[in-house]
Design a protein around this ligand. Structure first.
Ligand code: 5AD
Ligand code: SF4
Length: 440
């Protein structure tokens, strides 16, 4: 056992990272490694990192410091993902026990890098951000047998002034629609009923073989036999076209949910963020979504305290939340990021003020959500069963709108298995979840 190759992998950050980790696990397993559940059992310890905000970035350095002593036991440490790409070989200085660095655009080189590592050398894969290739692998170890991610684009060319992604994940590149559809069919054949198409900006998908637009691809995935639910994330308003809403209307498997990050409700701030749309452009797209035949739930991302954001501009964001009526928001304090244009603007809003704006915004949104959530009470919705909450003797389900719906099973009926679809009558609503009883 002494020479068995084992690895432990911890993932930070977004869905893109979660899915990259599934590809990394598959790749390592194909190279004779076995995944283990603790640092102690592992010969190789990997962190797939996030650098979207400063806090996320600090986490990995804390982890590395925690386990520094273990190097003496012959363990090797690797840093993958956005912090690896951003900090590069500086990490070797800051954490000398690290011997592997790999940015997300270089994962296809992992097998060679592992060989180098096994030969006792350091390995760094950091030079592929200009690549036009996507990471195609037959070795994806998906962690859930019912719903899974499919990458459609990698990287981002938008260069919003606050965002580090174009520098860490590199140029935007799209997979062919043929490869995406083949993967989706293969997943359906092996029992998956839900897929989520992933990219930093899925709306700017550009089929290298010019066969399909994003909306056509979405519809084609939605028509695959066996797939009951198709989601997509993340959208950028500037590339969000009306035909996406038409596709949702036409294809029942496309979920009743659009995540459309707005970032700010002020046109002046949006311009400083280099978002390329105005408040009015954004509201026009919301109008398209609301005009759909189906009720589509809308969620968003918001940044408060961007350099120069005035109180009045912040209030425009609050007002936008009221106007749109989001079913959920992810909101963040602005965090200056290396290499980004906004980093050179004076970070003029104090941390206390950012925290205050964030708290005000979250309280405002909570009230909106509590009110909107009430419309669900009395309805019957289909959920995919995700698991159990034994403490409350409830099952956990997710609706097409991406709402968590906790429910009980009455009348001595057997509890449905994870991955199955059941209908639930909603009895109570909360800002972040719903409660109900299984029907029949
Ligand atoms: N500071 C705060 N939030 C950020 N985001 C991206 N970059 C930053 C930053 N520098 C947020 C945006 C994005 C989400 C994924 O993270 O809202 O949509
Ligand atoms: Fe970052 Fe903007 Fe690209 Fe989103 S669209 S990943 S916020 S640069």
């Amino acid at each position: 056992m002494a020479h068995e190759k084992t690895f432990y992998l911890e993932t930070f950050g977004c869905q893109m990272n979660v899915h990259d980790s599934e590809k990394v696990v598959g790749t390592l397993v194909s190279q004779g490694y076995r995944q283990v559940e603790s640092v102690e059992e592992a010969s190789l310890v990997l962190y797939n990192t996030c650098s979207i905000r400063d806090k996320a970035e600090q986490k990995v350095f804390h982890r590395l410091a925690d386990f520094r002593k273990l190097e003496r036991q012959g363990k090797k440490f690797g840093v993958l993902g956005c912090v690896a790409q951003q900090e590069g070989e500086k990490i070797f200085e800051r954490a000398p026990h690290v011997s592997l660095l790999c940015g997300s655009a270089s994962y296809r080189n992992l097998p060679q890098m592992l060989v180098q590592l096994e030969a006792g050398k350091r390995a760094a894969g950091l030079d592929d951000r200009q690549t036009t290739e996507t990471f195609e692998t037959e070795f994806t170890a998906r962690s859930n047998p019912h719903r899974g991610y499919i990458t459609i684009t990698e990287g981002c060319d938008k260069f919003c002034s606050f965002c580090v992604v174009p520098y860490t994940r590199g140029r935007e590149r799209s997979r062919t629609s043929d490869a995406i559809l083949a993967e989706a069919r293969q997943m359906a054949d092996s029992g998956y009923t839900e897929v989520q198409l992933l990219g930093q900006n899925v709306n700017s998908y550009h089929d290298p073989r010019e066969k399909m637009t994003f909306a056509e691809l979405l519809a084609a995935v939605g028509e695959i036999n066996g797939l009951k639910r198709v989601r997509f994330t993340t959208s950028h308003p500037i590339d969000f076209t009306r035909d996406i809403v038409d596709a949702i209307d036409a294809v029942p498997a496309l979920c009743d949910h659009v995540h459309l990050p707005v970032q700010s409700g002020s046109t002046r701030v949006l311009e400083a963020m280099q978002r390329e749309y105005t408040r009015e452009d954004y509201l026009e797209r919301i109008g398209w979504i609301k005009a759909a035949q189906r009720e589509i739930s809308i969620t968003t991302d918001i940044i408060v305290g961007f350099p120069g954001e005035t109180e009045a501009e912040f209030e425009e964001t609050l007002d936008l939340l009221t106007k749109v009526g989001y079913d959920g928001t992810f909101s963040f304090k602005y965090s200056p990021r290396p290499n980004t244009p906004a980093q050179t603007m004076a970070d003029s809003i104090s941390d206390e003020e950012k925290a205050r704006r964030l708290a005000v915004l979250q309280e405002h949104q909570k009230e909106i959500q509590a009110r909107l959530s009430r419309r669900y009470a009395g309805r019957t919705l289909e959920v995919m069963v995700e698991g159990k909450n034994p403490a409350r003797a409830q099952l956990i389900g997710r609706t097409s709108q991406n709402k968590t719906l906790n429910f009980t099973v009455t009348g001595g009926n057997p509890a449905p298995e994870p991955g199955s679809y059941v209908r639930v009558h909603i009895t109570e609503s909360f800002p972040n979840s719903l409660l109900g009883e299984m029907v029949g």
